[in-house]
Design a protein around this ligand. Structure first.
Ligand SMILES: NC(=O)c1ccc[n+]([C@@H]2O[C@H](COP(=O)([O-])OP(=O)(O)OC[C@H]3O[C@@H](n4cnc5c(N)ncnc54)[C@H](OP(=O)(O)O)[C@@H]3O)[C@@H](O)[C@H]2O)c1
Length: 301
């Protein structure tokens, strides 16, 4: 079985790379991981060419234009990476065979609900990033859904010890400042790249066994949090583990008092009930994930 990971240098890509080969538990699995150095996703012809050359059984696309604010200004590039590149992957897989596992986001929803979003609820993104991801999903479903070749995994608030995510940014601020303001009225489920990587492996095993899986799956760590709750947990565990000596005081503020370029959904919790029925994996509570990531960071210091 040949697995091709696209976006190997991102936080989820790095985690997948670290657990994939050792955890597949299947014989004859070849895992290839490529980064921007090997493929610029804005080059659509090259996107097709590389898939044609490698002929993967599973293409896991974790590459994305993920800067939500910059996407408002660089919408052309965001659409290329988040919508047109996945479309190209879908088109070539439709011809050549192979399945696409594609990651997407809670930001395809408008956040106006007061109930967790189900996989086939109506999408209504309120920023460009969400629009680009929603369009990418639509292309993939149009091209690959009928032939059961696509699996879109939507998740939320991704954190890890890698890259440039909220946890690492807050850790820096808690170290450097006396006071920080964090939004307390946006709610979702923080989710670690480890949980997502484990989910991705379980999904491949499930598909490989010939079991039926939906073309859109929701997966997050369990529990709800605001950015403020997440920052508080980072501060608490950071102190406990000796990463933070005298962390900044965290002040809860409202979205309206924290002007940023892109609007964010206020409530983007994903309902994972239907996924739990088809994939054999236990959810982890988000605070456990935060603790585990901070443990890893503490070990590196
Ligand atoms: N981060 C979140 O909070 C969040 C929330 C919900 C869903 N998601 C989804 O989860 C998935 C994984 O996200 P992540 O947090 O791991 O993202 P990430 O850390 O930002 O990684 C994205 C990767 O995409 C690569 N990339 C971007 N533009 C490219 C281009 N033109 N050509 C080639 N590669 C390019 C980046 O390359 P470089 O390393 O070279 O820049 C980076 O390695 C994405 O589909 C994202 O939409 C993320």
């Amino acid at each position: 079985m040949k697995i091709l990971i696209i976006g190997g240098n991102g936080q989820l890509g790095k985690t997948l790379n670290s657990i994939m080969p050792s955890r597949m538990g299947m014989d004859l699995v070849e895992v290839l991981s490529i980064t921007r150095k090997d493929l610029d996703l804005c080059d659509i012809q090259s996107c097709k060419k590389i898939v044609k050359q490698i002929q993967p059984d599973y293409l896991i696309n974790v590459a994305a234009y993920t800067n939500v604010d910059l996407a408002e200004r660089n919408s052309e590039m965001a659409f290329s990476v988040n919508a047109f590149a996945p479309k190209a992957f879908a088109e070539i897989l439709r011809i050549n065979g192979g399945k696409l596992i594609h990651f997407s986001t809670d930001y395809v929803f408008d956040g106006k609900s007061n109930m967790p979003y189900k996989p086939f609820d109506l999408k209504n993104p309120i920023n460009i990033y969400g629009q680009t991801k929603a369009e990418g999903e639509d292309y993939i479903l149009d091209i690959l859904q009928k032939s059961n070749q696509c699996f879109i995994i939507r998740t939320s608030w991704v954190i890890s010890q890698y890259g440039n995510n909220f946890l690492l940014k807050v850790l820096d601020l808690l170290n450097q400042k006396e006071n920080i303001n964090i939004v307390s009225d946006q709610m979702s489920s923080p989710t670690s790249t480890k949980s997502l990587s484990n989910f991705c492996l379980e999904l491949i095993k499930t598909i490989h066994l010939g079991k039926e899986c939906s073309s859109i799956l929701h997966w997050t760590d369990s529990g709800l949090a605001s950015w403020y709750d997440l920052a508080q947990a980072i501060s608490e565990y950071g102190k406990e583990l000796g990463i933070l000596i005298n962390p900044a005081k965290i002040n809860p503020i409202k979205t309206i008092d924290y002007p940023v370029i892109a609007s964010r959904p206020l409530y983007s919790v994903l309902d994972i009930t239907s996924t739990i029925n088809s994939i054999n994996l236990k959810q982890i509570y988000w605070r456990e994930s935060v603790k585990e990531i901070l443990h890893k960071i503490a070990k590196l210091q």
